[in-house]
Design a protein around this ligand. Structure first.
Ligand code: ADE
Length: 233
């Protein structure tokens, strides 16, 4: 077993960089991959950079160059479910790309649908990893933990009305910029995955200020969950 772990930003991999035991690092496509162990598990950690393309490249490199058997994405997100607060946890049940939009081509392809037959658009996370993440999240104490759909797109959302529309349209729990791209790569390579996100903002008009203030706290909560998961995998 070898576990690939991806975060988009420094803050999202910072604490793991300090607790894992690393024995090597390599650079592919301008992305540094850190190989090591944690509680006798083989881990490969990387910072993908922001956005779906960066995330997909990192995930495919983890599969091709490091033969990872599982992928966990960790980081922060904007709340889409209005019951969620800053610092709360979302564990992916599935992930879709909200900015995939070929609806003008055909009514068969509503927004969020990848226009390919025999190819899903809502990528389903691995049940065992979901359960491990949920169990690990309980160690955070008094923090709300929900399982739900992750919405990913190449936009930072800071618009309360838009996020309310997305909630209705996609029934998502949170919004971010990478998860569903990693999920698609995992689907295509038959690799089990889960996305763990902690809420840094509510994707509304205060999102930019909140993101700056709460990213560190939220990123630490998410990586704490990943660290606990690895001990039990
Ligand atoms: N990641 C964290 N907050 C976000 C937001 N509001 N939109 C997109 N990605 C995010």
């Amino acid at each position: 077993m070898r576990i690939g772990i991806i975060g988009a930003m420094d803050e999202e991999i910072h604490s793991m960089k300090h607790v894992f035991d690393f024995y090597g690092q390599c650079l592919y496509a301008q992305t540094t991959f850190y190989e090591g162990t944690y509680f006798d598990q083989e881990v490969v950690l990387c910072k993908s950079g922001v956005g779906k393309v960066n995330a997909a490249i990192a995930a495919q490199l983890l599969v091709d160059r490091f033969q990872v058997t599982h992928i966990i994405f960790t980081g922060v997100a904007g709340a889409v479910d209005p019951s969620l607060d800053i610092g709360d946890i979302v564990i992916s049940t599935s992930a879709i790309q909200h900015d995939m939009d070929a609806s003008k081509l055909s009514a068969q392809y509503p927004q969020g649908t990848i226009p390919m037959f025999d190819h899903p658009s809502d990528f389903i996370a691995n049940e065992h990893l979901i359960q491990l993440a949920d169990d690990a999240a309980q160690s955070l104490g008094d923090v709300a933990v929900v399982r739900g759909r992750i919405l990913s797109g190449d936009q930072f959302i800071a618009d309360g009305e838009l996020v309310a529309t997305y909630h209705e349209q996609f029934q998502g729990s949170c919004i971010e910029m990478e998860g569903a791209a990693v999920a698609q790569v995992c689907y295509l390579n038959e690799i089990p995955f889960v996305i763990v996100r902690s809420i840094s903002d509510k994707a509304n008009s205060e999102a930019t200020v909140n993101f700056t203030e709460f990213t560190k706290l939220a990123a630490q909560r998410s990586s704490h969950i990943v660290e606990e998961m690895i001990k039990k995998l």
